[in-house]
Design a binder for this molecule. Structure first.
Ligand code: ADP
Ligand code: SF4
Length: 687
């Protein structure tokens, strides 16, 4: 289908200094959990975005010197010439598809830890490390400032040698140049402190150093946190942002603007919707003639067009939308809007980086698998035979498996017990803030509907007899799981006394809309979002709610998804009583007993109902029944029975989608090797 002319504006070329971007789709720098430790993985992933039509593809943050070392968080490095080769892999992969490659040169100042380099932190003044690390930064003297400028220049020269087209001065988030800008972190009495002109002096010098280093071989970009002046009074912060742009606006070739720290600018869909930054960055284009890029988890082409036409942005910046769908620009260009895999804003990608692994994505199971497994987000091997496949269960695992098998060309029947497709995703999308999660279902259902070889049967609960009688060569079971009702979990290794009482519920009951009396105790022994969201949902029903968690804070794992602080604040504001570091020890009549996880000291809370958020139990009865009868399978002509997703091992939605996808790729393939993917190796070369 040809492109809709109303999106033509998105495909106009835009000049960035000496370079020209072929369209307005701009993958801003974003963390990947890869960095210089996974150069092939990184190059293949970034190259895939270029193949998908992004005109500019950037690195993540790229350290310019060992005094800015973010280990164990993965980041790129251009510390010396030896680092050029790794990053050249990426620029080659990006250039192969006619895109520009950008590098975000970075110095963290106090917002890093230097755990690996063991060098002292530096900052405009004495400050603690921004991390929970018993170190502090020393005040930079003039020699330090000269060195910092030199490191930026040398890294910029290496960046050009590596083939980069755009070189950043990173004055975003709360890193070192931003620390100079803010009066809260800069009390210097010299020419680098005091007036805004003085606080901005270093940024100006860094732009000049970078320009001198790259000449006209690369463009110079500045990433700027328009909230860098926060903490001084609001009006002054806004005024200084504007004044800074008025002072430096014409110096770089591009402004990449963002608002606040990662917790703010990468908020999950629970806490921010599309284009959330617009009110804060809209002024920038009024102050500079240089092109401006900004993010907003843009997935709607109409919103993108409006951003350009209304003069907010020149480039549609994207991190997460480009992770969920590396081919988003191509799909708009080819008029295939219903093929777009829209980001759901769950921040599983952010959490994987935070917890130290190459990123994964709930919507895009091929993210991070481009090099090590050779997976392409849009291409898959054709079917190996004329065999047919029955997929049982239409949750995220079953839907993705049926979709990918359909894409391979198999004749697929997808049988779902209920009327609704989507399984847990459909149910959970009705919980507070999780509406966008339904996109996991919507993308897959829309794809399946277009496939003549995939047939969906609703209201079709399959037992072993039905499966055997259905006459399929391969059976994939994606029957999901159920929350346990006995309190067994991380902290209680036996059922909780009283769990058999009728006033005991699980998240499945809340999702099913069952009547639950108050006051209610939500017992959370699961580190992710469910306990907090269930408490919020019950509070919205008007119940008095106590949330007791075994963690030291609520929904502890959501630190990684950048949601924890918002969640705890929201629960407090909602009037939910929070008890931390307690396990449930007994359920009584109208009350429940908790025990401190450190001292075992008991504590009683009033509770006419208790909701247990502990472990989940796989629905694997069907699998067991089928596989226990090998003769029955053989007589039915069933060659394989495979279970996937939560019915194999309960986990995240991302894990279920990935499992469904992997199963579809591997059907009738060679048995995967014991280590089923390639690994990056350190080549030992003579020194
Ligand atoms: P996952 O996350 O692994 O995809 P879900 O719990 O989201 O798991 O989805 C499982 C789906 O399987 C649900 O929609 C459920 O109704 C369906 N299901 C469970 N058992 C059967 C069965 N025997 N026959 C058909 N569908 C089933
Ligand atoms: Fe979007 Fe979630 Fe994928 Fe991240 S993991 S890109 S937030 S869908």
């Amino acid at each position: 289908m040809p492109r809709d002319p109303r999106y033509d504006i998105l495909f106009e070329p835009v000049k960035i200094g000496p370079k020209t971007a072929k369209n307005r789709f701009y993958q801003v720098p974003h963390c990947t959990g890869m960095g210089s430790g996974y150069p092939h993985t990184l190059a293949a992933m970034r190259g895939m975005k270029a193949a998908g039509g992004w005109a500019v593809v950037n690195t993540e943050y790229c350290s310019i010197h060992p005094s800015s070392d973010d280990t164990p968080f993965a980041h790129c490095r251009l510390w010396n010439d030896d680092d050029v080769r790794d990053l050249a892999l990426m620029t080659e992969a990006v250039h192969a598809h006619g895109a520009l490659a950008g590098v975000e040169l970075w110095h963290g100042g106090r917002v890093t830890m230097n755990r690996y380099s063991r060098l002292g932190l530096i900052a405009p003044r004495e400050l603690p490390s921004a991390f929970l690390e018993p170190v502090q930064a020393r005040r930079m003297d003039k020699a330090d400032i000269r060195n910092f400028r030199r490191w930026q220049g040398e890294a910029a020269r290496r960046a050009v040698a590596a083939g980069f087209d755009i070189v950043y001065v990173y004055c975003g988030h709360a890193y070192l140049p931003a620390q100079f800008l803010s009066p809260l972190t800069n009390d210097r009495p010299d020419e680098y402190g005091g007036s805004l002109e003085n606080r901005a002096r270093l940024v100006r010098e860094l732009i000049e150093e970078t320009r001198t280093a790259v000449g006209d071989r690369a463009a110079v970009a500045v990433r700027f946190n328009v909230n860098a002046f926060a903490g001084s009074d609001g009006a002054m912060a806004e005024r200084e942002s504007r004044e800074l742009l008025e002072m430096l606006g014409e110096l770089p070739d591009l402004w990449d603007v963002q608002y606040g720290d990662y917790h703010v600018d990468a908020r999950s869909s629970r806490y921010a919707k599309e284009a959330a930054q617009e009110p804060f960055v809209a002024f920038v284009k009024k102050v500079t003639t240089k092109p401006v890029v900004g993010v907003g988890r843009f997935t709607s082409p109409d919103t993108m067009v409006a951003q350009v036409k209304r003069g907010i942005l020149d480039f549609i910046g994207a991190a997460r939308p480009s992770i969920a769908d590396p081919f988003l620009p191509k799909k708009i260009e080819e008029g295939r809007l219903d093929d777009i895999r829209e980001c759901i804003g769950c921040n599983i990608c952010v959490a994987s980086d935070y917890y130290g692994t190459p990123i994964r994505c709930t919507q895009n199971p091929t993210m991070g698998e481009e090099w090590r497994r050779g997976w392409h987000p849009e291409v898959i091997a054709p079917k190996a035979s004329g065999d047919s496949v029955l997929v049982v269960g239409a949750g995220p695992a079953g839907l993705e498996c049926a979709r990918a098998l359909g894409q391979r060309g198999y004749a697929v029947h997808l049988a779902e017990a209920t009327t609704e497709l989507g399984g847990r995703v459909t149910r959970e999308s009705h919980l507070p803030g999780l509406g966008e999660w339904a996109r996991v279902r919507d993308y897959r259902v829309a794809q399946i509907q277009k496939m003549a070889n995939v047939t969906v049967y609703r209201d079709s609960r399959m037992g072993a007899t039905e499966v055997r009688e259905a006459g399929f060569a391969h059976v994939v079971l994606a029957t999901g799981c159920a929350w346990r009702r006995d309190g067994f979990g991380r902290h209680n290794v036996a059922p909780v006394p009283g769990a058999e009482r009728p006033q005991v519920f699980t998240p499945d009951d809340v999702l099913a809309g069952r009547d639950i009396p108050g006051p209610v105790l939500v017992y959370d022994d699961d580190p992710y979002y469910m306990g907090g969201v269930i408490a919020e949902a019950l509070r919205r029903r008007g119940l008095a709610v106590t949330l007791a968690t075994t963690g030291g804070i609520v929904s502890e794992w959501t630190i990684g998804t950048l949601e924890q602080s918002y969640t705890q604040a929201q629960l407090i504001e909602a009037g939910i009583a929070i008890v931390v570091s307690h396990r449930l020890s007994r359920i009584g009549d109208g009350e429940a007993e908790l025990a401190c996880v450190f001292t075992e000291r008991p504590r009683t809370v009033a509770a006419r109902a208790v909701v247990l958020v502990t472990l989940r139990q796989p629905n694997h009865a069907l699998y067991r029944e089928l596989t226990a009868d090998a003769d029955g399978l053989a007589q039915a002509g069933i060659k394989s029975v495979t279970r996937i997703g939560d019915c194999l091992v309960p986990g995240t939605i991302a894990a279920a989608v990935h499992d469904g996808h992997r199963c579809a790729r591997e059907l009738e393939g060679a048995s995967p090797a014991e280590v089923p993917f390639r690994r990056e190796r350190i080549a030992l070369t003579p020194l």
